[in-house]
Write a protein that binds this ligand. Sequence first.
Ligand SMILES: Cc1cc2nc3c(=O)[nH]c(=O)nc-3n(C[C@H](O)[C@H](O)[C@H](O)COP(=O)(O)O)c2cc1C
Length: 288
Amino acid sequence: MNRPGPPRLAGGDPASVRCPPPLWRRPSCRCAPAPRAPGVAIESLGLVETAAAGASLVDFFHATPDAGLVEMVHRHGTLAGWQVGSLEDARLAAEVGCDVIVVRGIEGGGRMYGSESLWPLLAEVVPAVDVPVLAAGGIGDARGLAAALAAGAAGVRMGTRFLAAVESGAHPVYRDAVIAAAATDTVLTGEFRSGWPHEQSSSRVLRSSLLAAQGFAGDIVGELRIGPVSVAVPVFGIAMPLRESTGTVEAMAMYAGESVRFVRRSEPAAQIVRDIAEGAEALLRAWC
Ligand SMILES: Cc1cc2nc3c(=O)[nH]c(=O)nc-3n(C[C@H](O)[C@H](O)[C@H](O)COP(=O)(O)O)c2cc1C
């Protein structure tokens, strides 16, 4: 987390750029054959191109690591990452040339891909791959970051910890519920899946939102507004309540990980990052 971000390739013809700049340590650059899009990503190839052209890092999830997609990202001089939920996928992500791998455990908030807890999986993945590994799932304080670094991760990814940040787009009802929740107030459920492309799909949400959806009489819980566009949200739909959502927002999927225990107030994202990074550094110095 406290390492400088990777440099961005500037200028030139993106098509002529075969590989991204090195990230920390990268033994060899393995560029892959023509794109073959798996699962969810097949509808989104244009989106991948757009993201790769404008971002420093494009990160994939909910699909088996794919050489074609990684190559598509690398062609723009952009780094490619894959969030994984198993050792097998981590190995594959390294094999297809990902620059960073995110090991995500079932403690984390949001939609799930995998069924393993973070720490045992992290301990397996770190020695098995030769690319930087980030730990994700249930981490939300300095102790979690320090533990991940001590376990060999290069850093962490946090989602839930930022739900109540000043910059968060979460609906105020969602934000307040997150601030009030304990770790035991989250639940893994397969119920919020309307609109998801796969038949089977689980997610970790606040239990209160699951109970509200189960008790909701009707088909549509409300509307999701993004700019000028309004979309009806079905009961057990995958959309979470954003600031502009309307209706029975408490019955929408309030994604949250066990790290919800660390969210106690609304504060700027930069402050959250600074406190956690400084706290972890102090802990690591005290341990060494
Ligand atoms: C509200 C919310 C939305 C998320 N949306 C995505 C997403 O769109 N794509 C993705 O790959 N991961 C998503 N995640 C999962 C994060 O990438 C990350 O794995 C997770 O937040 C880590 O666990 P934590 O929530 O305990 O910090 C989301 C998580 C949350 C809490």
